[in-house]
Design a protein around this ligand. Structure first.
Ligand SMILES: Nc1nc2c(ncn2[C@@H]2O[C@H](COP(=O)(O)OP(=O)(O)O)[C@@H](O)[C@H]2O)c(=O)[nH]1
Ligand SMILES: [Mg+2]
Length: 136
């Protein structure tokens, strides 16, 4: 089942020079393709749309501030079961709980600064792709 997913390499990944490392892991999965890629700074409106489900939670405001603290790399990745697959490569939200071998497990320690966003379902992917790559 070929799918499309939205991936964001968060400002910590860009600042720490981990973009190549993380994209390399995605590229090496057989048959997956990067079909869009852009370095960009996210404005407040984009972040409010993207993280709308978390509005009101205690981590929401600092999360939005962090995501606006520097450029991110936004990617569209296509391929077999790529939504589930990139989530598996990323690991769970808390990098300390994430298994070694996953991106968050290998490089993260702080829950907020967990390096990567990846759509969590087909519905989320469709919604998020419209926000970041409208008309694609
Ligand atoms: N500080 C803090 N940040 C959180 C917490 N939960 C989530 N976040 C941040 O908010 C992002 C979005 O949360 P969520 O959608 O639940 O996690 P994800 O889908 O694994 O990225 C996470 O990737 C973290 O950067 C939390 O309990 N504390
Ligand atoms: Mg999420």
């Amino acid at each position: 089942m070929s799918q499309r997913t939205l991936v964001l390499l968060k400002p910590d990944a860009v600042r720490r020079g981990l973009v190549g490392e993380i994209i390399g892991r995605i590229e090496r999965k057989a048959g997956w393709r990067i079909t869009a890629l852009e370095l960009r700074e996210l404005d407040q409106e984009t972040l409010e749309q993207h993280y709308g489900e978390h509005r009101g939670k205690p981590f929401y405001e600092p999360l939005v501030a962090f995501m606006a603290s520097g450029p991110v790399v936004a990617l569209v990745v296509e391929g077999e079961r790529v939504i589930e697959g990139v989530r598996a490569l990323a690991g769970p939200t808390d990098p300390i709980a994430a298994a070694p071998g996953s991106i968050r497990g290998d490089y993260g320690t702080i829950v907020r600064e967990n390096l990567i966003h990846a759509s969590d379902s087909e519905e989320s992917a469709e919604r998020e792709l419209k926000i970041f790559f409208p008309g694609r």
